[in-house]
Design a protein around this ligand. Structure first.
Ligand SMILES: Cc1cc2nc3c(=O)[nH]c(=O)nc-3n(C[C@H](O)[C@H](O)[C@H](O)COP(=O)(O)O)c2cc1C
Length: 353
């Protein structure tokens, strides 16, 4: 009962609070116009392969919900959007469901509406390998997101505040499941230092989920009638910075998902330029399906895809991932970030990842 209530409150406050107030810092990145793009629209290809399956468009509706009957309809609609577009979808955390053996139907509905698509399971770092494998089996999932969310847990009244031993448990989960594991934040970003620690342990798939969109610490505070102040109101790593860090660590064969406050074609194009393989968009999709329905959410992704094509045409590349090799200009706080982190500004301006 408590878990069901929490799931509904997450949706309620995510919709009420919307994005921010922290910035993604994509606004600090500018493309350089190419007056000889030498490309034909017929050459543009937005499709991508992940986990051995084909996505028609390079997007993911990231983890939102599941676990109680009252959100089955939300997952059904999200799956219909993903199926209509040929994009990937993750379900919300299945930890409570596999622990209490309840609420399975609210997740299984996703496979019903998207039988052949890329579907990602989602679980807490606290899960046992057997629970994690059960979450995967529930969906016949293509991969498993393990969420790393210390800031959310800290500000969640009923959250788990003991962060010791979680990396070891994440590795036990990785060793115990039949699909690839994705290390995923929930809106506070991943820094180079943690990408490197995870990579050193053999984790090769990441979802940066940085600052700029859904603000989980703020959602948890709002559930208690509180408002976050000081640094905690914008706690975390802006998505553009977390992606830069990821691009410095990830190899071509690794998977880097960009997410956190990505809402426009401009941000999508810049996310690819910073090294993303695919882009996750979450809070705004929840808002669209709840306020306007499946069709409008499908149109939202189609509009972004059309505009993304314009970016590719003007920049002279045929695939979003090729934006990594076009020159970009870093401005403002992101320039300062690159400087403070000791990264090579001129090298990053030329190419990333
Ligand atoms: C209502 C809601 C519930 C969420 N629940 C989960 C969850 O269970 N597990 C998880 O990994 N992320 C969860 N997230 C985080 C998203 O997957 C995503 O990382 C985050 O919203 C950042 O993307 P956005 O700014 O595009 O919304 C949730 C997001 C929302 C809006």
């Amino acid at each position: 009962m408590e878990r069901a209530q929490r799931k509904l409150e997450h949706i309620k406050y995510a919709l009420e609070l919307g994005d921010g107030p922290g910035s993604t810092h994509f606004e600090d990145i500018r493309f350089l116009h190419n007056c000889l793009p030498e490309i034909n629209p017929a050459d543009i290809n937005l499709s991508v392969e992940i986990f051995g399956k084909h996505l028609r468009l390079p997007f993911l509706i990231d983890a939102i919900t599941g676990g109680t009957d009252s959100v089955t309809d939300v997952n059904a609609k999200l799956a219909q959007v993903a199926n209509a577009l040929g994009i990937a979808m993750a379900v919300g955390s299945q930890y409570g469901a596999v622990r209490d053996k309840t609420g399975y139907a609210s997740y299984e509905v996703v496979r019903k509406h998207n039988p052949n698509g890329v579907v990602l399971a989602n679980i807490s770092e606290l899960a046992t390998p057997a629970q994690a494998q059960e979450a995967v089996a529930m969906l016949n999932a293509d991969a498993l997101e393990v969420h790393l969310n210390p800031a959310q847990e800290l500000f969640m009244h009923e959250g788990d505040k003991d962060f010791k031993g979680l990396l070891d448990n994440l590795l036990r989960i990785r060793d115990g499941v039949s699909v690839p594991v994705i290390a995923k934040e929930t809106g506070c970003g991943i820094a180079l230092e943690e990408y490197e620690r995870l990579k050193a342990e053999g984790i090769t798939c990441f979802d940066c989920a940085g600052v700029g969109g859904t603000n989980f610490p703020a959602i948890e505070a709002a559930r208690q009638g509180l408002e976050l102040t000081d640094d905690f109101a914008t706690w975390g790593i802006p998505t553009a910075w977390s992606l830069l860090d990821g691009s410095l660590c990830c190899k071509k064969e690794d998977l880097l998902i960009a997410s956190g406050g990505i809402r426009s074609a401009s941000q999508v194009a810049k996310a690819f330029a910073l090294g993303a393989d695919i882009v996750g968009i979450t809070g705004v999709v929840l808002s669209l399906i709840q306020s306007s329905g499946v069709k409008v959410a499908v149109t939202y992704f189609e509009d972004i895809s059309r505009q993304l094509t314009n970016y590719l045409l003007l920049l002279g590349v045929s695939k979003p991932q090729d934006l990594r090799r076009v020159p970009v200009i870093f401005e403002g706080a992101t320039c300062n970030y690159i400087d403070c982190r000791g990264f090579e500004l001129a090298t990053l301006c030329k190419a990333r990842r």
